[in-house]
Design a protein around this ligand. Structure first.
Ligand code: ADP
Ligand code: MG
Length: 290
């Protein structure tokens, strides 16, 4: 494209809330065949709330809520925010030695015990999770909730179900991409059932769940090797490697600085309908030159 055509497109993008960080991004965008999304904060509002608290082995709801909020003092993850909100106004036990595992959960020492809060693969290596607890978790996950397990030492003491809701514009954003024949995929660290439910609600073609953050970039690479030109849309710190691997990295505004730095396009107001705007602006620019 000519410098003049690029300037026009950059200007139109700015009006609509699409920030192109370089001219190359505008040239790549019209070739995109696949849009890959992070789930939390990109497809969903990213403001999850705790919907169910289930005490296990006689543990009381209030006691496990306090303990869960105490251990999440060590995390800024959206799930941690939800748990801490649930315990607002409650007095919390003291925890130390916080260790977070990306895509897994958080561990700490709380009142001389080893406590963990996170998904099954995070708690199972240290604690025995009974089959009926796993079944209950799967049932809650089948309606789109994220399930985390609270363990003290080797024992399960609580299950938390946390729900996030779709952004109002998500379904329309997907329709617009499908009109442009773009294949849509969600990549998430969340549970398979919860992810499948959200994907179905959103109208997304495919979903790959229970991924570790590093694996998102690897999967994008394999899509690229299969001939796809991939746009990756994300908001989180975890998404930086995936944004960098994609042919076009798109950061959702309001996300982290790391995501914004790793991307070539920023959706300033966080409106994912602007992904199709981005692709259309690029197509129009390239068409004008040809
Ligand atoms: P996403 O791909 O949806 O952005 P993440 O990779 O951030 O998800 O997290 C994946 C999973 O790891 C979560 O669904 C949750 O089970 C677990 N997890 C991560 N951080 C925490 C935390 N601070 N507390 C509890 N669970 C966590
Ligand atoms: Mg995320």
């Amino acid at each position: 494209a000519t410098p003049a055509a690029i300037m026009v497109a950059v200007g139109k993008g700015a009006e609509k809330g699409v920030l192109f960080k370089n001219a190359e991004a505008l040239e790549t965008a019209h070739n995109v065949t696949m849009a890959v999304f992070d789930k939390t904060g990109t497809i969903t509002k990213g403001k999850p709330i705790v919907t169910d608290v289930i005490g296990w082995n006689g543990a009381k709801e209030e006691a496990i809520t306090r303990l869960a909020a105490a251990i999440e003092q060590g995390s800024a993850h959206p799930l941690a925010v939800a748990v801490k909100e649930r315990a607002a106004g409650m007095e919390l036990p003291t925890c130390t030695d916080f260790r977070t595992t990306v895509g897994g959960g958080i561990a700490a020492r709380c009142e001389n015990t080893n406590v963990r809060l996170g998904n099954l693969s995070f708690v199972q290596p240290v604690a025995m999770i009974p089959p009926n607890a796993i079944e209950l978790g799967e049932k809650l996950a089948s309606v789109g909730k994220t399930i985390v397990y609270l363990t003290i030492g080797r024992n399960l003491c609580g299950i938390f179900a946390i729900a996030d809701t779709l952004k109002e514009e998500t379904q329309e954003a997907m329709q617009k991409l499908h009109e442009l024949n773009i294949r849509t995929v969600i990549l998430t660290g969340d549970n398979k059932r919860a992810a499948a439910y959200i994907a179905q609600q959103a109208g997304v073609d495919e979903v790959v769940a229970e991924l570790m953050p590093g694996h998102k970039a690897e999967l994008i690479k394999s899509f690229q090797q299969g001939g796809e030109i991939v746009a990756m849309v994300g908001d989180g710190i975890n998404d930086a490697p995936a944004l960098a691997q994609a042919d076009l990295g798109i950061a959702v505004g309001g996300g982290t600085d790391v995501a914004i730095e790793s991307a070539q396009v920023v959706l300033v107001n966080g409106d994912i309908r602007n992904i199709s705007t981005t692709l259309r602006l690029s197509k129009a620019t390239i068409r004008n030159v040809k």
